[in-house]
Design a protein around this ligand. Structure first.
Ligand SMILES: O=C[C@H](O)[C@H](O)COP(=O)(O)O
Ligand SMILES: C=C(OP(=O)(O)O)C(=O)O
Ligand SMILES: [Mn+2]
Length: 467
């Protein structure tokens, strides 16, 4: 989000004009999705609250600027061409309650630390992106949840209903879309302040490690930070100017699941005349909503943001080609990212035919691994979890496949937090099932904790460095 300031400096008039546009009402095709089949949408309890919320959202200021979105597309194009690496991480489901300065800053610090490990280890620019400031809507395997014989609607993310297991909390309340917008705005505000106001200065590389519990990954990071310090001191003595290190670009992303919300935040950019979904820089389509002729693909095919699509184990090469035709008909590097989430046991078999077909078609997509969603299991004591070894193994498999096909493994997409939670099993300072009882906090999927996130970053840096 340095890009806010860069874009605002270079292009301030256009950015502010774009900000004042509420438009998009008559833009052709933006509402075609409404007549198509659509999955995983809420059933709002009160139509009047829904109408009022959508109306208000459609005139509120954009959360991100079109100019920033364009910069991200260029950065992702570099990654698609093997010249940069995407690091995308954050909660499975953000909550309104956890949008506090402490929680947000520890997540941002952890992402910055992971990025330093990757940049230093791989000598590649790293694009930093949070699953943050809008990751509030969740697709679910089941519409309902039953506890002790009581059945209620499943939790679908704070933008739809509450996690508390009561009928009132689980009702689908459209007023929550406004709270999601405002929570996203304050989260983005804090991220922008952190990443442009000096907190992300590379000369503070040690500071980002403070406040986290000492552990093996922490120590390894500290030693790397010392190397970076030495390099910076050396370059400073040579007269290098480090002002540029004060700021980092940091982009926001979330799953574009709730199309009423996404549509209401879509604006026509005054510079280009194109629609941009201004709820976030990058949006992805989930594994459960990527049917070709359904609403999600149609809507996202019509906005200029860079788009991701999750590809699970049932994906075929032809599916991938059809997605490219719909979402990236002009074959524009940076436009389309495929986020594969096959499972550790399947990636080495399932990924190659897809990559081969895409490569043979001449398309240049960005390949990213999500080593989380194909590796979910239930622990003996009943928690949704993932084994850290499986996560690492899927990442290794992803690198092996791309190595053998001569394509570029361009990014890592993870569910993680900066907090010392116990949700995924294993790691260098191993988390066991008993720890879940006290330190399992996720309201949806299990996340890597601070240490597991750093450990994974070291693994990926090593694999990138080998290439
Ligand atoms: O985050 C992803 C999905 O929302 C999640 O994995 C679905 O989980 P469920 O199978 O518990 O509904
Ligand atoms: C729902 C998610 O993933 P997928 O669509 O890959 O299951 C997610 O990223 O939280
Ligand atoms: Mn998830």
């Amino acid at each position: 989000m340095t890009e806010l300031s860069t874009a605002a400096t270079n292009d301030s008039i256009a950015a502010f004009e774009a900000a004042s546009q509420s438009g998009a009402a008559d833009y052709p095709g933006l509402d075609t999705w409404r007549s198509l089949p659509i999955n995983q949408q809420p059933t709002w309890a009160d139509p009047e609250v829904f109408a009022a919320s959508v109306k208000e959202l459609s005139i509120l200021p954009p959360l991100v600027f079109a100019g920033e979105v364009d910069v991200l597309r260029e950065r992702l194009a570099a990654a698609a061409q093997g010249k940069a690496f995407l690091l995308q991480g954050g909660d499975c489901a953000e909550t309104f309650e956890a949008a506090t300065a402490d929680r947000i800053s520890s997540r941002v610090k952890t992402i910055l630390q992971m990025a330093v490990v990757l940049t230093y280890g791989a000598s590649l620019p790293v694009i930093k992106m949070g699953r943050m400031a809008g990751q509030f809507a969740k697709p679910r395997s089941s519409n309902d949840e039953t506890r002790d014989g009581v059945t209620l609607p499943a939790y679908r993310g704070d933008i739809v209903n509450g996690y508390d297991f009561t009928p009132e909390s689980r009702a689908h309340d459209a007023g929550r879309m406004l709270r999601a917008y405002h929570t996203s705005a304050s989260t983005l505000n804090l991220i922008r302040a952190f990443t442009t106001g000096g907190f992300a200065d590379l000369r503070l590389v040690h500071q980002w490690n403070k406040g986290f519990t000492a552990n093996p990954a922490h120590a390894r990071y500290e030693s790397l930070a010392k190397d970076i310090d030495r390099a910076i001191t050396f370059m400073q003595s040579c007269g290098a100017d480090f002002e540029a290190l004060r700021r980092v670009e940091f982009f926001a992303s979330h799953e574009a699941l709730l199309l009423d919300y996404e549509r209401a935040l879509t604006r026509i950019d005054s510079r280009t005349g194109f629609p941009y979904d201004t709820s976030s820089h990058f949006l992805w389509i989930g594994e459960r909503t990527r049917e070709l002729d359904h609403a999600h693909i149609d809507f996202l095919s019509r906005v200029r943001n860079p788009i991701g699509v999750k590809l699970g184990p049932s994906t075929t090469g032809d599916d991938a080609l059809r997605l490219i035709d719909k979402l990236d008909p002009n074959r524009e590097p940076g436009r389309l990212t495929f986020i594969t989430r096959m499972g550790a046991g399947k990636i080495r078999e399932n990924l190659p035919p897809i990559v081969e077909k895409v490569t043979a078609s001449g398309a240049q997509v960005l390949w990213v691994t999500d080593p989380m969603h194909g590796n979910t299991v239930t622990s003996k004591n009943g928690y949704k979890t993932r084994r850290f070894d499986d996560v690492m193994d899927e990442v290794r498999g992803f690198f092996e496949v791309h190595e053998s096909l001569g394509t570029f493994p361009g990014g890592l997409h993870v569910e993680m937090t900066g907090d010392d939670v116990a949700e995924c099993l294993g790691g260098a300072d191993p988390i066991d099932e008993a720890a879940f009882e006290d330190r399992y906090e996720s309201v949806c999927d299990p996340r890597l904790n601070h240490m597991q996130s750093l450990e994974l970053a070291f693994l990926v840096a090593g694999s990138l460095a080998k290439r």
